[in-house]
Design a protein around this ligand. Structure first.
Ligand SMILES: C[S@@+](CC[C@H](N)C(=O)[O-])C[C@H]1O[C@@H](n2cnc3c(N)ncnc32)[C@H](O)[C@@H]1O
Length: 244
């Protein structure tokens, strides 16, 4: 596994990405994932969110569940998360932020759902096996594991595209993103975050992320091996921990 928390502490990866994260996340993708949570996780007792980042989905989970465990090892992302949570009393009451890693953290209770959005690409095949086994144990029997559709599905180049982002005051943000093949089932995303003032380019900063590629078929087979069964769902992959 690339240790993204350690890379961020060295000024790489999420250290570059964090100030732009909420400004450039495409609204349709976000709304689709939020809709899936609202359909699949209502009235949960406890849920875990792994790699919550700046906390967009954490806020939604806190509306749907009595208690949320947010597992975020990258200091810079955790700073955004705790700042957002601390300002809203009902979030502060419900969300416990844990700075450990997805493979080592231990929760005080079993959870009804585990949410892993935009995280799985950080884990190699052998680490994914450990990831599924770890979180199967953390779930109550019948509990749900939610993972977004992976892109790309094969290790192939993704041509550069500009994804428009939001504006804050006079400044507007976007990202130019592409992926190069970096190995077997591995791509390197190269993201350049740009800040504009009118037509003037104010700054451009680039972050790179090596990401493991896992097809839907492979995901299905790994999760079946780890004791999960698929549950039909719109917009995400949903898997239920088998009862026995
Ligand atoms: C692309 S962001 C996704 C944030 C959020 N889930 C979303 O979809 O908007 C990936 C997050 O996973 C976290 N992460 C990376 N490696 C991790 C690990 N081994 N355990 C837990 N979280 C990790 C990163 O720090 C980052 O906040």
């Amino acid at each position: 596994m690339t240790d993204e928390a350690a890379r961020a502490d060295r000024g790489l990866g999420y250290a570059v990405n964090a100030p732009y994260y909420d400004l450039i996340f495409p609204a349709e993708a976000r709304d689709a994932l939020a809709g899936a949570l609202r359909t699949l996780v209502p009235d949960a007792r406890a849920v875990a969110e792994i790699g919550p980042g700046t906390g967009w989905f954490t806020e939604i989970l806190a509306e749907l569940a009595d208690e949320v465990f947010a597992v975020e090892p990258a200091r810079i992302m955790r700073a955004a998360l705790t700042t957002c949570l601390a300002r809203v009393p009902h979030l502060a009451d419900r969300v416990t932020v844990l700075p450990e890693d997805a493979l080592t953290v231990r929760l005080p209770v079993q959870v009804d759902a585990v949410v892993m959005f935009n995280l799985v690409m950080h884990f190699s095949p052998s680490e994914r096996q450990a990831l599924w086994e770890h979180w199967a144990r953390a779930l109550v029997p019948g509990g749900l594991l939610l993972v977004e559709h992976q892109y790309p599905q094969r290790a192939e180049p993704v041509p550069a595209a500009t994804v428009p982002g939001r504006a804050l005051g006079r400044r507007r943000y976007d990202v130019v993103t592409r992926a190069d093949v970096a190995g077997d089932d591995l791509v390197r995303w190269v993201n350049t975050y740009r800040t504009w003032d009118g037509d003037d380019l104010v700054s451009a900063e680039t972050a790179e992320f090596d990401c493991h590629v896992v097809s839907a078929e492979r995901l299905a087979s790994e999760l079946a091996d780890a004791g999960f069964e698929p549950r039909p769902a719109e917009g995400v992959h949903a898997w239920r921990r088998k009862e026995h």
